[in-house]
Structures are given as structure tokens and as C-alpha cells.
Design a protein around this ligand. Sequence first.
Ligand code: SF4
Length: 390
Amino acid sequence: MVGEQEMAPPKGEPILELKDVRVSFHTYAGEVRALNGINLTLYKGEVIGLVGESGCGKSVTAATIVGLLPENGEVKSGQIIFEGVDLLKKSKKEIRNLRSTKIAMVFQDPMTFLNPVLTIGEQLREVFTIDKKRLAQAALDYDLRRLKEEERDARDEAQSAKIRARIAELEGLRGNPPLPKRRRRRHVLDSLAAEALKKMRIPDAERIITEFPHELSGGMRQRVMIAMAIARDPDLLIADEITTALDVTIQAQILELLKILREEFNSTIMIITHDLGVVADLCDRVAVMYAGDVVEFSDARGLYQKPLHPYTQGLLRAVPRLTERPTMLESIPGSVPDLIYPPPACRFNPRCPYAWDLCRQKKPELLEVEKGHYTACHLYTEGSKRPSPS
Ligand code: SF4
């Protein structure tokens, strides 16, 4: 079944469903049809990769989910169901709230998003200040930790009993802790900021919170961005080309961090990248996009071992392999089409070595060709037969 069909659930509940989402940009040159009715389902705790060349719609998909399309962008139709609610029916204010609590996004260039005149600590403190409930809870935990340390060092039983009574009193506030007084808030916020950096395996976190973004390396800035993004335990993290500007060693470290998020915190993550190598090791499932369509969607192993769509096959032939003799890498002929005048029916047809008349007449639907492995290509459409080459 096409379009609206469900992917075989790998595990858990769906957290995010994109149903037939169409997005256009209005430009002086005409309407750019950037998303051509895409369908995707993301399950709690899974890591999904969105791959494809630049201009295929990956980042537009992410921007649509988090309500960050530019002024000239328009969602023409579809639904984006996040935790059972259609985000496209939410007001801008509600989406903004969601972005600061449940959905977090990390971008390619941290310098664009970090404020150059504020220290890392000041920026992290802002993140925590917005969430008053969490701040109150953190202040309570901070006080309890301190009291327990004092109790360990108490000089006699009388003092120890006094501290235990205070601990019991504070424990009683757990359900509804009060906001800390202004002068104590700073300590609490600093401890929260350092804790968030330590989660991201940032050494010497207490020093880093006193530094400005320009004093950190590119990799460290990206770690800080991830720490800020997950500081409030979002339900979904979207990472848009976060390793693109980094050298390979730092890339590996950032990917390692994402693995930690996945394994230790069971985070749900959408990774957007043009680099198939990035998703190979990390993702449960991978969606391949081309010119605004999802053309293949499968578990990562299936996609790499047996790519079905001619575009995915072309992408994988362009990846160097360490296990093979070095040869000239293949590339996919042509370039991504102009989406003001997209090619008819299958948008890949001008570049596809198998294209025939049907491909220019009818858009192929996303079909389950093998269990959990979907592709949109007439080569796999029942009843459509490619003429033998003459
Ligand atoms: Fe190629 Fe036709 Fe399949 Fe499109 S539908 S990928 S043009 S064979």
C-alpha cells in the first residue's frame, strides 16, 4: 500500500508521524515544491537517519516539524502528528513552547546559534531558567545533596540529628518544591549547567561554563550545543548535519555522543545528513530522500546490504569502501532537479539508468517490497514491466 501505509513498527509507540506532508516556497521565480507528500513514522527510542544530496528536502522536513520554515515557506497539506497531536494545527506560540521543552534541534554551525557575548554558563543558565518547575526541583536536589554532605561531616550526634530533621523537611517538599531565592539561584543554575556538560562527557565542565564560545574548539562548541539541546530532556532530538563542518576525529567523537544519548538516555533521535557513513553505524532505520520524496525507507542493515531504489544504489556506489581495491568512484549523472519545474511523475527519471515511459507518466508509490523495506520505484510495482532494452 502506498502513501499512507504504516511502516512495520520496530519497537514502542510512534512518537512522530508525517502524513502526506507537502511544502512549497514562494519565490520570484515561481513555486518551489520542496516536499512532495512525504510519509514517515518515528518510534520512541529509535534513531532514524534522513539522507540524500543537498536540496533533497531533508532540512525542510526538519524545519517543518519544528515550525521554523522561513516566511516564504508554506505547508500546503498533510499532518505532523507528535505524541498524538497534529503540530500543523498548533499556534506559533504553542510550537515555540514545544521547541523549548519536548523537541530540540541541533544545527550544523554552532557559532550561528551560540551567543558570542555570553559565556557558555550564562547561555545554559538561560535554558534552565525558562523551566521554573525543573529549576525548583534542581534547587531542592542541590540543597539535599549539600545537607547530606554536611551530615557526613557533622561534629556530634546533636548536629547530625538537626541536619536529618532538615533533610526530612525538604524531602516533604518534593511534590511541589518552591522556587529558590534569587541569590541562591545562581549556584543552582551553575550546578545544573555543569551537570549538563558532564553528561556530554565534557571534561573540566566547571571551567567551560566560564568561557565564551570563541574560546572553544568546533567540536567542543558542538558538544555544548547538544548539551543545551538535551538539557531539558526533550522527547525528540533532531540533529541537522551536525558533523558536516568537523574533521573526522571530532566527527567520530560527536557520533559517539549520540550513541551515548541513545544507549544511556534512550533518546529518540532524527539525524539529518548527506553522509551515508554517518548513519550506517548509528541508525535503526534510514529514509532516503530525493527531490522532496522519500524514495526508500528500511532498517539500516537492509538498506546497505540490499538497496532497492536506483538512487540509493547510486549513492552507495559513490561511497569509498576500505575492503575493496581503490578504483574510480562512481557518481550519479546529472544533478538534483529544479523544483519549480520538477520532472514529471518519478522525479528521479532524468538521472535513472532504468527509466522508461511509465516513469514519466505515473508517480511510483512507496511500497513494502520486503518486510519493513519500502521503496518508491516502478521496477517493483506489481504489474508494471520495464521493456527489455533493444
Ligand atoms: Fe528509475 Fe523509473 Fe524507478 Fe524512477 S520509477 S527510479 S525512473 S525505474
